[in-house]
Design a protein. Structure first.
Length: 65
């Protein structure tokens, strides 16, 4: 249960800072340090949907490569 809560919390934070690519990158970098590999795969899909709304976030994908 706990890890899933962290995943949902991370998505919420990323959603809230998605207006600012710098903040988004910073939070995404933190997420890569706390989430499990399979969660990062799920997070990638979530982020791709955010990029459709805000293309400037694409630069942050380097943290998931």
């Amino acid at each position: 249960m706990m890890p899933r809560a962290m995943f949902e919390y991370t998505k919420e934070i990323l959603r809230k800072v998605s207006f600012d690519a710098h903040l988004f990158c910073k939070e995404l970098k933190k997420a890569t340090e706390r989430l499990l590999p399979y969660e990062l795969d799920e997070l990638r899909d979530f982020i791709l949907s955010l990029i459709k709304k805000n293309p400037s976030l694409k630069q942050c994908m380097v943290y998931l490569d």
